[in-house]
Design a binder for this molecule. Structure first.
Ligand SMILES: NC(=O)c1ccc[n+]([C@@H]2O[C@H](COP(=O)([O-])OP(=O)(O)OC[C@H]3O[C@@H](n4cnc5c(N)ncnc54)[C@H](OP(=O)(O)O)[C@@H]3O)[C@@H](O)[C@H]2O)c1
Length: 356
């Protein structure tokens, strides 16, 4: 039986991963689970699986757990997820990463390392997984489009965004997710991270990755071929389908969950509103600068945490990042993983105190 370590088992992706494993009994043996603070749920999960658990695991504990696993699932949000991706790739394991942040800022370095260690990196994020599933070896592509629900504030003006609450920002219209990714979806910074994730994983030039607003979240990505065709990946918005795909790749079992094949649904595709969601303006301005995703991610981690603690407003997230962005854009870009880690640390150290 294949062995599996699940980092972030008490979260949205973690819990859905356990559901997928239950749907395929006897295929995977879980060797360990981790969480940050939710000791109660972690103990409950461990009791039913009879496995080792770690709360806020140390680097040594992460390594020890990964050592015992063939498959490593990274369902930890934010920059902290990079330590898990890095340890898994270093150890030559099959990494299934829902953590898009590590793939967005260090995907290329992780892939280079994987070539040396024999590790494999598989995305769990629906958009990146959809691109993975749509790409074929025999077909040349001209570009790809990532779909975006638009988040809970689609259609609002900047003036209306000024007074939105934390609860409203957390209430994603089509996906039920953890707090960090929910806020990133509301600011659309999530989509920018996904563009870099896809760029790094599949070597698609940034100029060929487009974003479209698709409120129904049924199409997860599109691939435009050189012959003028567009291929779409369409499924119900259920992360278990993407988790199961990555776990079973390349041979796929029949889907164990009911699929609504005849659901009536409109499908809209419209350009994003970059005037209101100004993260998209920064992206257009700076996307070719390799420092941009690293700075954006480092500042965004801090800004989202502040917003969730009630220290800044929703628009304050944009203000916070905007004020910090320019400071590091023109530094020499990191040329190794170690330099990237140092760069991230330097940015965050410079902004731990409020920016005036
Ligand atoms: N949820 C989705 O549908 C979805 C879809 C695509 C991609 N993703 C990506 O998947 C990742 C996880 O998202 P999620 O929605 O599952 O998050 P979540 O619900 O907040 O769960 C996060 C999990 O990681 C643990 N954790 C949080 N911070 C940690 C840290 N600093 N160190 C170690 N463990 C930590 C949490 O433990 P506690 O419970 O103890 O806090 C929890 O088990 C994110 O990168 C997100 O962008 C999520």
């Amino acid at each position: 039986m294949k062995t599996l370590a699940l980092f972030g088992s008490t979260g949205s992706i973690g819990k859905q991963t356990l559901e997928v494993l239950r749907a395929f009994p006897g295929e995977f043996e879980v060797v360990g689970l981790t969480a940050l603070t939710n000791a109660e749920l972690l103990a409950e999960q461990a009791a039913s699986l009879h496995v080792q658990t770690f709360l806020a695991p140390t680097p040594e504990q992460i390594d020890a757990l990964i050592d015992r696993a063939d498959y490593v699932i990274n369902a930890v949000p934010g920059f902290d997820g990079l330590a898990i991706s890095l340890a898994a790739v270093n150890a030559g394991k099959i990494l299934l990463s829902a953590n898009k942040e590590s793939l967005a800022i260090a995907g290329r370095f992780l892939r280079e390392l994987a070539q040396k260690t024999g590790a494999e990196i598989r995305p769990l994020d629906s958009e990146a997984s959809a691109i993975w599933q749509l790409l074929t070896e025999h077909e040349e592509i001209s570009s790809v489009t990532l779909t975006c629900s638009g988040g809970p504030f689609r259609g609002l003006t900047t003036a209306e965004l000024a007074s939105v609450t934390i609860e409203q920002a957390l209430a994603h219209p089509t996906w039920k997710m953890g707090p960090k990714v929910s806020i990133d979806s509301a600011t659309l910074i999530n989509k920018i991270l996904e563009v870099y994730e896809v760029h790094n994983l599949f070597d698609i030039p940034l100029k060929d990755i487009h974003i479209t607003i698709h409120p129904q979240s049924l199409v997860h990505s599109m691939v435009h071929t050189k012959t003028g065709a567009t291929k779409m990946h369409i499924t119900q918005n259920d992360m278990r389908l993407f988790i199961s795909y990555a776990l079973h790749y390349p041979e796929q079992p029949d889907c164990p969950w009911p699929i609504e094949r005849h659901r009536r649904s409109e499908m809209d595709f419209t350009p994003p509103d970059s005037k209101t969601f100004r993260s998209l303006q920064w992206f257009e301005l700076h996307k070719g600068n390799p420092n941009f995703p690293i700075i954006l991610n480092a500042l965004n981690d801090l800004a989202v945490a502040r917003f969730l603690r009630g220290e800044i407003s929703f628009l304050g997230i944009y203000d916070f990042i905007e004020k910090g962005l320019e400071r590091y854009l023109w530094e020499t870009p990191p040329s190794s993983l170690e330099e990237m880690l140092r760069f991230h640390g330097k940015i965050q150290a410079g902004f731990r105190t409020p920016i005036m």
